[in-house]
Design a protein around this ligand. Structure first.
Ligand code: GLN
Length: 532
């Protein structure tokens, strides 16, 4: 088994996750079976309770684990299916150790960070690495070198390096090379962060240097010299317009040749499908799509990261470019606001969300698209609000609402009895991949081309079964349900050019070379209905 460990220096948000996802993609394209692990040194067990304002979107895995958005990058770039064991947090590690201590399994020893916590970390990494028969296991250690929380993890990988064969272990350090106003590239922050790493007994093999522009040759040499790596192992990773280009850029910089030689990898094969996809994206300029996303965290685009990526995937396939207007839901008050915000867009997307703030604004937006026949895609909360809007303005149930938001005589969106029991037991949401059954002769069937699909979920509330008949009578079509037929999970309005909403989150299963069907159908409708 071979291991590549990715650490970060200088500051967070440098694109460490994308660097690791790109290295994984490169290895995969050369024929290697890879498995990624994300270590999040925070104390939370998982990202389920985290505020998207602080951390960006909560990504959901197939098995329902709520994780950091980097796992979304891994699934998209490496095209792998990940689960709970691929995300190791301090919370997970310490709970396991404490549980074992309570059971007396440490046989009276004092339980310590070294060796007990570090052993637990190593065992978890090795278990995931060997389970699926991968050739290379990639481990990203979240945070920045020097953070208190990441110490036990860095110590664990230091020990692992000694325990594994020298050719089987490689460290990649991602740092920042800032510019001065005089356009000088400064290496000191990189030197300092490598120094911090070396103080912990870790020597990077490869240094990936992020920055606005490509590294100058003499700067590369300087970093190599001061950080004790060979010049070929200093990789320049300047900003790119398109993140999907990063694997190609890193490969051009020689990262694979270096890894291959250092880890004694054989040349297996070369797959160029990714490269072709990136090429296709470059030529997507002629047709332009302009859509609005009406959200609560609209000012923080990272909270809708997977949606942004899913839009890109679909656009690439359709050969179009999409410009997005981020609209803060609370800015929508009346018909006038809706018109001034949306008169020039080709389609409107209302994403997932929680809580009452902004909900009325989103409902206003949905009313506007329904009445003005503008293509609409509603996701999760967006689906629920579309049901509320139709109940109020089409079925005449004036105070229809979701019981998540307000007490109402018409809770058209409500907790099902089954979910109440889950919540009582301390569970939270309906999470992860579930089968969806699709009705014949609907937009959903046209989009998916299948009778049964799998999509990823993250919600508590459902369309209240008591109102389904009333809503159907008013022209709403529920074209997808769960296995039992009790949960309505896709909504469409046939008398509208494209009004489509899903209780699930199709964005999580979208891949650069395999766009999500609802996103593709939505963008197609935008081009068709309001062409430029
Ligand atoms: N708040 C809604 C629910 O819990 C929708 C959740 C979401 O959009 N992810 O059901």
């Amino acid at each position: 088994m071979k291991y590549i460990i990715v650490t970060g220096g200088v500051m967070s948000g440098l694109g460490k996750g994308i660097s690791m996802a790109s290295i994984g993609r490169i290895l995969k394209d050369h024929g290697y079976k890879i498995v990624p692990i994300k270590i999040d040194p925070y104390i939370n067990i998982d990202a389920g309770t985290m505020n998207p304002y602080q951390h960006g979107e909560v990504y959901v895995l197939g098995d329902g684990t709520e994780v950091d958005l980097d796992l979304g990058h891994y699934e998209r770039f490496m095209d792998v299916k990940l689960g709970r064991e691929h995300n190791i947090t301090t919370g997970v590690v310490y709970s396991a150790v404490i549980e074992r201590e309570r059971k007396g399994e440490y046989l009276g020893h004092t339980v310590q960070i070294i060796p007990h916590v570090t052993d637990e970390i190593k065992a978890r990494i090795r278990k995931v690495a060997t389970k699926g028969g991968a050739d290379v296991c990639l481990v990203e250690i979240g945070g920045t070198v020097g953070d208190i929380e990441s110490m036990p993890f860095l110590e664990a990988v230091r020990q692992m390096k000694l325990e594994e064969h020298e050719n089987d272990f490689l460290f990649v350090h991602v740092t920042l090379v800032p510019f001065t106003t005089l356009h000088e590239q400064k290496t000191k922050p990189t030197q300092h962060s490598v120094k911090a790493l070396r103080e912990l007994g870790l020597q990077p093999d490869i240094i990936v240097c992020r920055g606005k522009e490509a590294l100058k040759e003499d700067v590369k040499e300087k970093i190599a010299m001061f950080c004790n790596v060979s010049p070929g192992a200093v990789i320049s990773a300047p900003d790119t317009e398109d993140i999907y280009e990063v694997p190609l850029l890193l490969e051009k910089e020689g990262i694979f040749s270096y890894i291959k030689e250092r880890m004694r990898l054989k040349q297996l094969k070369e797959d160029h499908a990714w490269e072709r996809m990136v090429e296709r994206r470059k030529s997507c300029d002629d047709k332009k799509n302009f859509i609005a996303i009406v959200g609560k965290y609209a000012e923080l685009e990272d909270s809708y990261l997977s949606i942004k990526e899913a839009i890109k995937h679909a656009a690439t396939e359709l050969g179009c470019k999409v410009d997005t207007k981020w609209v803060e839901a609370e800015d929508l008050k009346g018909e006038k606001d809706a018109h001034s915000l949306f008169y020039d867009v080709h389609g409107i997307l209302v994403p997932g969300g929680f809580g009452a703030r902004g909900a009325e604004g989103k409902i206003k937006a949905i009313e506007y698209v329904r009445e003005n026949k503008i293509p609409f895609l509603g996701l999760c909360f967006g689906f629920q609000l579309a049901v509320i809007e139709a109940a109020r303005n089409v079925a005449g149930l004036k105070d229809a609402n979701s019981s998540e938001l307000y007490e109402t005589p018409h809770p058209v969106i409500d907790l099902l009895e089954e979910q109440r029991k889950v919540v009582k037991k301390g569970g939270t949401m309906r999470l992860g991949d579930y089968d969806v059954f699709i009705r014949r002769d609907t937009l959903a069937e046209e989009a998916y081309g299948k009778k049964k699909i799998v999509e990823r979920h993250r919600h508590r509330y459902e369309v209240n079964p008591e109102y389904i008949e009333t809503l159907k009578r008013e022209g709403l079509v529920f074209s997808g349900t769960d296995r039992t037929g009790v949960r309505m999970v896709i909504l469409e309005i046939p008398q509208h050019p494209f009004f489509f909403a899903t209780q699930f989150h199709p964005e999580f299963r979208s891949r650069p070379n395999r766009p999500s069907p609802p996103f593709k159908a939505f963008l197609e409708a935008c081009l068709r209905v309001r062409p430029i």
